[in-house]
Design a protein around this ligand. Structure first.
Ligand SMILES: [Mg+2]
Length: 309
């Protein structure tokens, strides 16, 4: 894995997250009147401009474990615990945001002493975007590995299932992986379609895959904005992130489009920002935003450790 390309994904994701944090939960109508155009501080949370949220924290927990131990699910969960209970892997030294499914899963592992294969939640209500938002380090780590595709997807699914174990979220992470792998091979919008086609073929016949039917439609990029939901449901988040990518022509336009959909702004923009980083490259991420991002050097050092080529 080329380091600079990995950094584009990790930093692109974090920049999207940080752009969305101050307006998380804002309604679309409100943002239509006053759209976000830059990194802001002190909106929804009492944190300065450039602060990223749980999306990036949990991704860094994963990246740190991968860099040190390779694919080791217990080590990933140990880092989730350091974040959740001890405020490590945070931009400001204080954990300020966690999803319900993640918090229950982490407690299942540490307090109820469940194994990593059992601590994630698999009920219908646990189909939020909390694993999709932190899966990209695993996808990057697997990109160049010489292993069968089915094993790569199994790894992505198991990593999702540490917190989110329903087939719908596991497939959502898998579809994201197919898109990102294609973008890493060939950074073009056609690669997004190619990734979607490969994902559709891989998952065809699986019941939960039907929920992503609209995303697999070749005309999805032409869907009107009013039909794009941007809440916390994993299907909505993946749809919104891909739609923002398909309907814009630069890194900044894609992530701002994502933030200004409202709702789960940080996560939609983070998922979009990671893919947009792969599509447009590191240098396309506005320098002003990179410089505002808290602890950017730490993020990049982690990339250097995880991706040695
Ligand atoms: Mg968040």
């Amino acid at each position: 894995m080329d380091r600079k390309r990995a950094k584009a994904v990790i930093v692109g994701h974090a920049v999207g997250d940080a752009l969305g944090v101050p307006v998380e939960f804002c309604r679309r109508e409100k943002l239509d009147k006053q759209p976000v155009t830059d990194m802001l501080g002190y909106g929804t949370y009492s944190v300065p401009a450039g602060a990223w949220s749980d999306d990036t924290s949990m991704a860094l927990c994963t990246l740190d474990a991968l860099a040190t131990f390779g694919v080791d699910y217990d080590r990933i969960l140990v880092n989730f615990g350091k974040w959740y209970y001890r405020d490590e892997f945070t931009p400001t030294g204080k954990m300020f945001d966690v999803g319900t499914t993640c918090s229950i899963a982490i407690d299942n592992y540490f307090i109820r002493e469940m194994p990593y294969t059992k601590c994630g939640l698999a009920d219908e209500r646990s189909n939020g975007n909390g694993s999709l938002m932190r899966i990209h380090p695993v996808v990057l780590f697997l990109a160049d590995r010489d292993m069968p595709l089915s094993e790569k997807l199994q790894t992505v699914h198991t990593a999702s299932a540490l917190t989110h174990a329903h087939d719908c979220t596991k497939i959502g992470c898998g579809i994201y992986a197919f898109i990102l792998w294609e973008l890493l091979k060939n950074p073009s919008l056609q690669s997004v379609q190619k990734g979607l086609q490969k994902a559709e073929a891989f998952y065809s016949g699986q019941e939960a895959c039907k929920r992503y039917g609209r995303l697999f439609d070749r005309a999805f990029g032409k869907a009107p904005r009013s039909e794009i939901a941007s809440g916390g449901y994993v299907v909505d988040t993946l749809e919104a992130a891909v739609w923002c990518l398909l309907t814009t022509e630069s890194f900044s336009a894609a992530v701002l489009q994502a933030v200004n959909l409202g709702g789960d702004t940080d996560t939609v923009a983070a998922v979009c920002g990671g893919l947009a980083g792969a599509l447009y490259g590191y240098d396309a991420i506005p320098q002003k935003w990179r410089d505002t991002l808290l602890k950017r050097e730490y993020l990049e050092d982690l990339c250097d450790r995880a991706f040695r080529e």
